[in-house]
Design a protein around this ligand. Structure first.
Ligand code: NA7
Length: 554
């Protein structure tokens, strides 16, 4: 590899998850010369890494898929309502091959730094392979959940057994049979691991700090007749998703919780429990605003835990208290609570008996030591901002993202930042991000970026950047909406509470996906008023003109 050459491209794209693949496809169609990078060994984004047993998407597969290619929609067939990780990887591979996207990627390659050269109006991007690329546009499709959070527990290096991290799971199968296995963390990931590894392990110890609310997923195979119907109506399904609150087709209700009698409420909740998935969230309109309504639903779920778990003390410890249901990401499970009825599965409550350290033999809690052969960390992510903060991104006048986001993430639409011309994010921290279907948001953000680039091309401009006022106006809106929901009332990665030293606060847009999309479209329709542009210099214009003549001649 030639490390002295400076490669010239139009756009650098970082990431090979939904956002990155969509961007590569779109910008290639626009005729841009692109180079994409991915730290993992293949396409798939978070699903490339998260190959732990039981890994499964908690949105319907039909919704969790690209909408930009009718051919792919028709040729690909989902087998289950909620696809498991291997099927998701097959989907990514199918898309990458069908659209021939892999040839634009360098895999196993990290971007170390990206610096804006304002005089030359381009990004200088360096990789961990010592290569340098210069690009007019830089697209950070780095995802809201890609940097695992190191558990802040003393002594991990001492452990003599096997350590497994959910977010960096080995490619070869792990045999748990007959082994003493510990799992630390009971978010969506820990819950999926516990219910699966519980079937194999000799003994399973679950170290739970904050219990999560989890509801039955009730996953089903997708019948051919149903899939055929979906394929006939994909366009309408996508339109519904784009105009929904969460970027997906799922029941929504305008019924306030207390508008019906207690008996009716109970019947509706029972019905939602039987339907499974996130049906409960769509049963009433005000569950994320009305604390009393929220608490009644929380109590309903606590009741279900009590019905399923045999041992009253274990059931009590599993019941989440002290924060609103749905304020932590609601989990969907298949037999999670039932797992605790097996004699070889033990719940360790780390609130009453905190973890002190990891020892050579296992986990030491205040009350004693649990000896283990395997220890699994399902301790979450430095969500929303971690990926962009993991490398050096330096914008205009030497401003780094670290400096810009010291008091919390700020941007315009979650896509562009003042001080960072021609830098575009997908599913950025001030858009709906984790609160909506990331596939719909990725597509929206790539479309917006494409519109911005077309605007530059059409007007002979070299760069676009939101003004400080435009960004402030967006952040004012984000901050004004945030207190209307109960999301800030739980200590979660949504509000940065899981990472020590991170500025706390809800920075995501909570107004719903359809409203977010309206704001994005409005910016395009207004010709990006509120954004600053730089003119292309004469020399570049002449080069563009001769390239156009050359292209026309071919
Ligand atoms: P989460 O939801 O952030 O869960 C991480 C879990 O790990 C959570 O239960 C934490 O407890 C626990 N944790 C973290 N550090 C520790 C230590 N030091 N000791 C004990 N327990 C700890 O991450 P997930 O990967 O499960 O899910 C992320 C998203 O993926 C999810 O929201 C879906 O969108 C899919 P805590 O809450 O901090 O008390």
């Amino acid at each position: 590899m030639d490390n002295h050459t400076i490669h010239q491209v139009d756009a650098v794209i970082v990431g090979a998850g939904f956002g990155g693949l969509c961007a590569v496809h779109k910008f290639r169609e626009m005729g841009l010369k692109i180079q994409a990078f991915e730290a993992g060994g293949d396409v798939g984004g978070v699903w490339y890494w998260n190959r732990y047993p039981g890994a499964r998407v908690d949105l319907p597969s039909i919704d969790y898929s690209f909408s930009f290619s009718p051919e792919i929609e028709q040729e690909w067939t989902w087998s289950e309502q909620f696809a498991a990780q291997p099927e998701l990887m097959r989907y990514f591979n199918f898309v990458a091959e069908r659209l021939d996207l892999r040839k634009h990627y360098q895999f196993n390659t990290r971007v170390d730094s990206a610096r804006w050269d304002d005089a030359r109006q381009l990004w200088v991007v360096r990789t961990n392979r010592g290569e340098c690329y210069e690009a007019r546009y830089c697209i950070m499709a780095t995802g809201p959940l890609s940097v695992p959070k190191e558990p802040e527990i003393e002594g991990i290096a001492r452990f003599g057994g096997q350590i497994l991290r959910a977010a960096r799971w080995p490619h070869e199968p792990v045999d748990f049979s007959g082994k003493r296995v510990g799992v630390i963390g009971t978010g969506s990931t820990g819950i999926q691991i516990v219910q699966e590894v519980g079937k194999q392990a000799g003994e399973l110890f679950v170290f739970q700090r904050t219990p999560s609310f989890t509801m039955p997923m009730r996953n089903v195979p997708l019948e051919p007749a149903y899939v055929a119907e979906v394929k006939r109506h994909y366009a309408g399904i996508r339109e519904l998703a784009r105009n929904s609150n969460v970027g997906g087709v799922r029941p929504q209700s305008s019924r306030p919780f207390f508008s019906v009698t207690p008996a009716q409420r109970r019947a509706l909740l029972e019905d939602a429990w039987l339907q499974g998935g996130l049906a409960m969230l769509g049963t009433f309109a005000d569950l994320m605003q009305n604390e009393q309504a929220n608490e009644e639903v929380a109590e309903f779920v606590r009741g279900k835990i009590g019905e399923v778990v045999d041992d009253p003390a274990t059931a009590e410890a599993l019941k989440p208290r002290g924060y609103p249901i749905f304020a932590r990401r609601p989990c969907l499970d298949t037999g999670y609570y039932e797992t605790y009825n097996q004699p070889h599965v033990h719940l360790r409550d780390c609130i009453t008996d905190p973890i002190v350290s990891i020892t050579e033999k296992g986990v030491r809690t205040q009350s004693g030591e649990v000896e283990l052969d395997v220890l699994i960390f399902a301790t979450g992510y430095d969500g929303l901002t971690g990926a962009l903060l993991a490398f050096e991104v330096e914008g205009r006048d030497g401003l780094t993202v670290q400096q810009k986001w010291k008091e919390g993430a700020t941007s315009c639409l979650g896509i562009m930042m003042h001080g960072f011309p021609n830098l575009f994010m997908t599913t950025g921290p001030n858009g709906p991000s984790a609160l909506a279907n990331v596939v719909r948001t990725s597509e929206n953000d790539v479309d917006w970026t494409a519109a911005a680039i077309r605007h530059l091309q059409a007007h002979g401009l070299s760069s676009i950047e939101p003004s400080a006022q435009e960004e402030q106006a967006w952040m004012d809106l984000v901050h004004s909406l945030a207190p209307r929901t109960l999301l800030s009332k739980a200590k979660t990665w949504y509000v940065g509470a899981n990472v020590q030293g991170k500025a706390p606060g809800l920075t995501m847009f909570t107004g719903g996906f359809q409203k977010y999309r309206e704001h994005c479209l409005a910016a395009i329709h207004k010709g990006f008023s509120g954004y600053h542009f730089a003119q292309k210099r004469e020399r570049e214009r002449a080069a563009d003109a001769s390239a156009t003549v050359e292209n026309a001649a071919h």
